[in-house]
Ligand binder design. Structure first.
Ligand code: SF4
Ligand code: SF4
Length: 420
């Protein structure tokens, strides 16, 4: 498999052509164009670094290193690399990922729900036309991975039409689901629509524990069935979970990895428990520094044991100052943004602040507003939503009872008015 990578949005590389080949064993690249001799060593070092990481899976001549990254080589990966280089080496933050909550409908009432679904009798959802607008503008901005979330995205009656608006020559598409509605027929329809992977939520390795946290009996067995159906349909499959202090002290990661390996899951993502949504005000659930270190060690042990299938990614690692993790950190305003089921543009799905509505304002303008904001214009290695200083200024300042997400420009408006 050979794909030519071009970088039209990086002036210094505008006429450089990079041919990336997957020869079935290694990733190779050839560089041509102006100044090829000077820049080739750096570019070749970048691409050869992939050869140090075993792929999760090789599919149709392309290596998948994570379910979040487009496969190598591919046109979507070329765009992903362009965005990454623009962000980190050319001072132009470019989003690679949009998470899009297409509906707030959901069958669960999870203890930790960041979307706080169930708070209205008539849950909002985006129309196919609205989804198409948001995706088109997001992809024009640089997005190479469109992630459908919710609520439960499979409850959107037109989800297949929504997926059909993703330009698959430019971006991959993932669906995050609680698994309840993911049977074989639905999995096959997602696969034929172009979805590359599903991420199914699993809060606990214990069936009763998972059902209790989801507020609904039988959800653990739904997760097991959903994973099987998705794999049978040819989708790549991940599990997503979240870590609070008990998760670490009870060593749930090891046990979830065992379950994932038994089921044939490719990747496990461990988000941090964050005091937002239904957990707003419950800062005690956040990882202590000691437990964060333990979780990092548990993640390393599991990855040493399994290598791939499953590979574990923890938010504690992406927010650390580890070797490659320093190019990740807090994704908000660096490489990702979120759109709610009412079209609000937020820094991420855990941050209850809106920078405007995508149904009224172009996504590009809202991204520029985000990256120019004092809270987001500098890269932040750690999670902003777990930073006491950030919370004091931008979360605790939200008036009690206000509708969320709260317009960022309304924060401190009374104090500003008093000063002017
Ligand atoms: S966390 Fe997900 S599955 Fe649970 S209530 Fe919220 S949207 Fe539904
Ligand atoms: S604030 Fe940053 S690190 Fe924290 S959840 Fe949002 S994007 Fe992730």
């Amino acid at each position: 498999m050979r794909v030519v990578y071009e970088f039209p949005r990086i002036p210094a590389l505008k006429e450089v052509i990079i041919a990336v080949t997957n020869n079935g064993k290694d990733i190779e690249c050839e560089v041509s164009g102006p100044n090829a001799e000077q820049i080739a060593p750096t570019i070749m070092a970048y691409f050869s670094s992939f050869n140090k990481i075993p792929p999760l899976v090789i599919h149709e001549g392309r290596n998948w290193y994570s379910l979040y990254w487009p496969p190598v080589p591919s046109e979507a990966h070329a765009r992903f690399v362009e965005g990454f280089w623009r962000t980190w080496f050319f001072g132009q933050p470019t989003p690679n990922v949009v998470t899009l909550a297409i509906t707030e409908r959901c069958q669960c009432r999870c203890f930790h729900c960041s979307a706080n679904v169930g708070s209205t009798l008539d849950p909002p959802q985006l129309t196919v036309e609205e989804v198409a607008k948001i995706i088109q503008e997001s992809v024009e901005l640089g997005v190479a991975n469109v992630i459908f979330t919710g609520g439960e995205p499979l409850l959107h009656e037109n989800i297949i039409e929504c997926i059909g608006t993703v330009p698959f020559d430019k971006a991959i598409c993932q669906v995050f689901t609680n698994g309840i509605a993911l049977d074989l027929k639905r999995a096959a329809s997602l696969k034929s629509a172009g979805v590359s992977s599903v991420k199914v939520s699993l809060d606990s390795p214990e069936p009763e524990g998972h059902d209790r946290l989801r507020g609904r009996k039988g959800t653990f067995s739904c997760v097991e069935r959903a994973v099987k159906c998705a794999l049978d349909a040819g989708l790549l499959v991940g599990l997503s979970t979240y870590a609070g202090n008990e998760f670490v002290t009870k060593e749930y990661l090891r046990r979830i990895a065992e379950v994932a390996a038994k089921w044939g899951v490719h990747e496990v993502t461990v988000f941090d428990a964050i005091a937002t949504g239904r957990l707003m005000g419950s800062q005690g659930i956040c990882l202590t520094p000691h437990n964060r270190q333990l979780l990092l060690e548990q993640g390393r042990e599991v990855n040493r044991e399994y290598g791939v299938s499953p590979r574990v990614i923890t938010q504690s690692w992406t927010n650390s100052d580890g070797k490659f993790a320093k190019y990740i950190g807090c994704l908000a305003g660096t490489s990702q943004f979120h759109v709610t089921a009412t079209g609000e543009f937020t820094p991420c799905d855990f941050t209850p602040l809106t920078f405007g509505n995508t149904l009224m304002t172009p996504v590009q303008a809202l991204w520029q507003k985000l990256i120019a904001h004092p809270a987001y214009r500098e890269h932040c290695q750690a999670c902003r939503m777990q930073s006491p200083a950030f919370r004091e200024q931008y979360v605790d300042a939200i008036p009690i009872g206000a509708t969320l997400p709260y317009p960022v420009e309304f924060l401190h408006s009374e104090e500003i008015a008093a000063l002017t």
